[in-house]
Each structure stands twice: as C-alpha cells, then as structure tokens.
Design a protein around this ligand. Sequence first.
Ligand code: SF4
Length: 200
Amino acid sequence: MSDFDALIQRVNTCTRCTLSRKRTNAVPGEGSRNADVVFVGEGPGFYEDQQGRPFVGPAGQLLDQLLASVGLDRKDVYITNMVKCRPPNNRDPLPGEIAACKPFLDEQIEMISPRVLVALGRYSFSKFFPDEPIGKARGKPRPWNGLTVYPMYHPAAALRNGNLRSALEQDFRNLALLLQEDLSSSRTEEAEQSEQLSLL
Ligand code: SF4
C-alpha cells in the first residue's frame, strides 16, 4: 500500500474528533495525486457524506462547470476539504475540529506537492492567512511555504448569492493563466539548468 493510500485509510477510520460519530462516510479527497493544483474547501455536506466523495452536490456541480470552463477536469486536479467529516446540519466546522483534521490536510499537501493551492472560501483561506476577509483577498495569488495560495469564493457561496458568480468565473480564468505561466516559467528554468549542465 502506498503512503497516500495509507493516509486515506487513516482518514476513513479516524475518530480524532466528534465529527466521526455522525458521519456516514469520511471524505478524504479525490483526484490526481500528481496534481499541479489542489482545491481545499470547508467540509463535506449531505451528498458528500453519503458518497464519501468531495464536492458532489450542487456546489460540486458548479465546481465541475467552472473547471470545464477553463479546460480542466476533476481528474486533473485534487479536491479536498479542511475537515474530512460532515459537520451536523452543515454547520461551520469548529476550531477544534479544524485543528484535529489539520495534520491530514498538511500530509496531503506535502505528498501531492502542488504548484497552486486554491483556498475555496473563508475557512479554507484562514488556514493559510488567518484573519483576512476572503472578499478582499479573492483573486489575488500569493506565496505561502514555497507554493502559491489562490483564494476564491466557495462555490456554495456563489449559489447562495448570484452576485459572486462572475467573480468566481473570473478567478477560474485567472487560475488557468496562472497555471500556464507557472508551467512555462518552470520549463524555462529546466531548459536553463540543462543548458548549464551541458556546458560543464
Ligand atoms: S473531521 Fe478529521 S479529525 Fe475529525 S474525525 Fe473526521 S477525519 Fe478525523
């Protein structure tokens, strides 16, 4: 079993916080383990809890549409949440629950080692930059621990408030540009390194 599979198994059997008591399924995350971009939401909802998969309800359908709008598929990215078990009645996750689940997210980020982390919504964004309002931060990529954190509104917020949808669509277009720029600059670096090696 790979280290990643072992991590998923630990999430699926975790009882570190009380969210384990009422879950149907834990929702570790899904997608490519070599993804350039990892999406981090808040926590599973009703449909996610039933299926054990992230973002499969209405917010997930919007996320799929937004990914497709910039030529991405959920198989190309990795999708997970701050807490891996559903908070009852879809309430906000409590600080103790987020803290208990944090090591799993940290391990996922370390193992996947993406170029860009998309923080979906204020809870996810606060993991990286506490106390900053998502409304001001959204759409502005910034460095964090050698990666780029890109804050966006949560798709569920755009479903509740249609005014946020165009901002989310714009942020996805800019994400695609960011990934292209990142890829071309890393290719340039690789080309420079191999040129230097050939001169040795
Ligand atoms: S939310 Fe995280 S820490 Fe709490 S039981 Fe689920 S997997 Fe464990």
